[in-house]
Design a protein around this ligand. Structure first.
Ligand code: GLU
Length: 484
């Protein structure tokens, strides 16, 4: 079997999104599964569309998910990635070679002429495309000339895609596309094919949007006399409403997920399932398991659906799988950043750890470590809520004030303030007062946190401590009084 060599070939023309990094991940998994080689090649030949921050965002996205590449120009520990902008001489030489062989030609048409041609085509409702005026003129290089490919006038191009099966394109729709631009930079098609050949790429795995470029690439392989790699076009990613994926579906730049507190291991698992599956039930895969199981045969042809709720669920699962220490270490920066400024820093670390152990049970993201619902009330004594929230629907104000007062008195004399002791006292107390446990606990929950849904009550009170808990219950009773 041929040595497996795959590549991720991003253009630094934008900040990478889910779909881009899914392509990187699938190539990486395929390389790791087969013991092959994974390279990163930056296709930076479109100077006008280059976005300065894109390169670093691409590399940082890969680093975040641990998608490491195997080689690069200066081989060794710190190798790679490859940059097409460093290989211009090769593209120039190879395109001139195609001209010499009669498979390409210099085109001297000016931008103005091309513009006029386009207008005229639009007016005639004719398909847009170069009219091949220079094709048979045998022109040589000139300052503003480009090199165009002579599309062979055969009728169809057919190839077997490893995911989509046999695909056929009509050559008549293909233009004599540009290979080398007047600035000496190659177009995507030329550089991509030359590099895939010289870098000995065995499998080209890329997004479905590149499928229609493949016939052009195959023609170039033929013109150069090279044998093409295998092609595998990954299914498109859609939102849950089956429309084009966008911010509306909760899809953002990949690094935004890190900023929002998603774990790299959850993100990797989630991305892997955007078009690949092992069977119809397994959802959770460690990276090692993904490497072990990933095959192109199990990549689906049909669109992958990006489901943000599933990502949130998955992230929660990974959060709960962390040790409390690991969670605390990862959540702390989010907590420090997300708590309101009036909360005095530095935070008491042993207290923080206890709070985070409770947050871990419920958080879907690391950022939720600083969510007002999950943790603020542990750090601020200004718990603000309407007094009515304290009153169970089957109780009135006076009954509620009484139960709070009785509870305070009992809590005051408790010898310990751990969750077990609290539960051991509060459950029978509810019964003694002729209340359902939930009625008492609901009032206490609101009194100590200002909220109706919180971490488990007894653990929450233990963490808050005796003094804070009792003070807040007293304040709650006073709030009821004030209702008049
Ligand atoms: N530079 C192209 C991109 O930005 C690469 C497409 C391919 O993999 O051939 O996605």
């Amino acid at each position: 079997m041929k040595q497996i060599r795959v590549r991720y070939a991003p253009s630094p023309t934008g900040i990478p999104h889910v779909g881009n990094i899914r392509t990187a991940l699938f190539n990486w998994l395929f390389a790791r599964h087969t013991g092959g080689t994974f390279i990163v090649r930056i296709e930076d030949t479109d100077v006008a569309r280059t976005v300065p921050e894109a390169l670093e965002a691409i590399l940082e996205s890969l680093r975040w998910l641990g998608i490491d590449w195997d080689e690069g120009p200066e081989a060794g520990g710190n190798a790679g990635p490859y940059f097409q902008s460093q290989r211009l001489e090769l593209y120039n030489r190879m395109s001139a070679e195609l001209v010499a062989k009669g498979d390409a030609y210099y085109c001297h048409c000016t931008p103005e002429r091309l513009e006029e041609m386009r207008k005229e085509q639009t007016a005639r409702k004719a398909p847009p495309g170069y009219d091949r005026r220079c094709r048979e003129l045998g022109l040589g290089p000139a300052p503003n000339a480009v090199i165009r490919f002579k599309i062979p006038l055969s009728l169809k191009t057919t190839f077997r895609d490893l995911i989509r099966g046999e695909v056929t394109f009509d050559n008549a729709v293909l233009d004599d596309f540009v290979l080398l631009k007047s600035d000496g930079y190659p177009t995507y098609h030329l550089a991509n094919v030359i590099d895939d050949n010289y870098m000995k790429i065995s499998h080209v795995m890329r997004g479905e949007e590149w499928l229609s470029s493949t016939p052009r690439h195959l023609m170039l392989y033929r013109a150069f006399g090279w044998s093409p790699p295998e092609f595998a076009h990954l299914p498109i990613i859609l939102g849950t409403d089956r429309s084009k994926l966008s911010k509306r579906h909760g899809a953002v730049a990949l690094l935004d997920y890190r900023a929002q507190g998603y774990l790299a291991e959850a993100m990797t698992n989630f991305l892997a399932l955007l078009g690949w599956s092992l069977d119809d039930k397994t959802e959770l895969f460690s990276k090692e398991e993904l490497c072990r199981h990933f095959t192109i045969e199990r990549v689906s042809q049909t669109a992958a659906i990006f489901n943000k709720e599933k990502l949130d669920w998955m992230n929660g699962v990974y959060i709960r799988a962390l040790t409390t220490d690991a969670f605390a270490a990862r959540a702390l920066p989010f907590l420090e950043k997300g708590l309101p400024p009036e909360i005095v820093r530095p935070l008491d670390q042993s207290y923080v750890k206890k709070v985070l152990a409770l947050v871990q049970e419920r958080a879907k993201t690391l950022a939720e470590a600083a969510s007002p619902e999950l943790s603020w009330f542990f750090f601020t004594d200004r718990v603000d809520y309407p007094a009515e929230l304290l009153i169970d629907k089957k109780l009135d104000k006076t009954q509620t004030a009484n139960l709070l007062a009785t509870t305070t008195a009992r809590l005051d004399v408790l010898p310990a303030f751990d969750a077990t002791t609290l539960e051991g006292m509060l459950r029978p107390l509810a019964e003694e007062m002729g209340l359902k446990a939930g009625q008492l606990f609901g009032a206490l929950r609101t009194a100590v946190s200002g909220l109706t849904a919180t971490p488990p009550l007894f653990q929450m009170m233990e963490t808050l401590g005796k003094h804070r808990s009792i003070t807040r219950i007293r304040e709650a009773a006073a709030k009821l009084e004030a209702l008049g």
